[in-house]
Ligand binder design. Sequence first.
Ligand SMILES: C[S@@+](CC[C@H](N)C(=O)[O-])C[C@H]1O[C@@H](n2cnc3c(N)ncnc32)[C@H](O)[C@@H]1O
Length: 255
Amino acid sequence: MTASLSAPPAVGTLHGVGVGPGDPELLTLRAVRIIDDAPVIAYPATRQGESMALAIVDAFLRDDQEQLALPLMFSPAQTPDDPAYDRAADAIATHLDEGRSVAVLCQGDPLFHGSFIYLLARLGDRYPVDVTPGVSSIMASAAAIARPLAHGTETLTVVPATASDDRLRAVLTPAEVAVVMKVGRHLPRVARILAEVGLADGALCVTRVGYADERVRPLPEALTRPEGVPYFTLVLARRAAADARDARTAEGDAA
Ligand SMILES: C[S@@+](CC[C@H](N)C(=O)[O-])C[C@H]1O[C@@H](n2cnc3c(N)ncnc32)[C@H](O)[C@@H]1O
């Protein structure tokens, strides 16, 4: 069937593309294909235009692709109704309206604490959407220390350090295995609460996993210089009982 001359131009597709935590080897084949096909590559950036997500895919970008910096990375305290998301969504919509698909690069996974979530909320009911999952920093951090995240009937608790003390205590008290994200300057608070709820022993701080300067440190070591703990850090903690259960499961598996 031929399109009528008066038909409006087809709109582009909004792609959320997970690019993994930092190491380009953790890009999926799908992410590489979507990036290669997209005429417009959008990426969260600082006000100075720096972007960790863009750096991850650098080897896969072409000169004929338009790059659209989205100045979204300026405050960890940014709320979902921040006008910066409105402006970013408008800039993306301009391309989509003209029929150009836009690949929005997202560090880790787009739908796990990703700013893509707030762009999706603004654009998802107006344009076709396609999401490519990415390797999350949680999975990459567990792999870096070769420690199980959860197995059997265990639960995995994930909480951002930006939560209040009461909220952290409430979710961490019953936790068996816990991941605390967005640590940065919150490290001393997080460490204190992990100790209170019995999760500090053996807890590890993973910083910039997948980058050349990746660091894995026991919590007490990271605490000796908390001002040196960047935002791109998470804490992995396992309750001692969970470790004992691991050992039993391993024995059972071996029997
Ligand atoms: C806004 S969240 C983004 C999470 C991301 N969408 C994901 O799937 O990993 C940012 C937090 O993720 C964690 N994070 C992201 N990349 C990391 C990395 N390369 N190394 C350690 N932690 C990382 C840190 O806790 C950081 O504060």
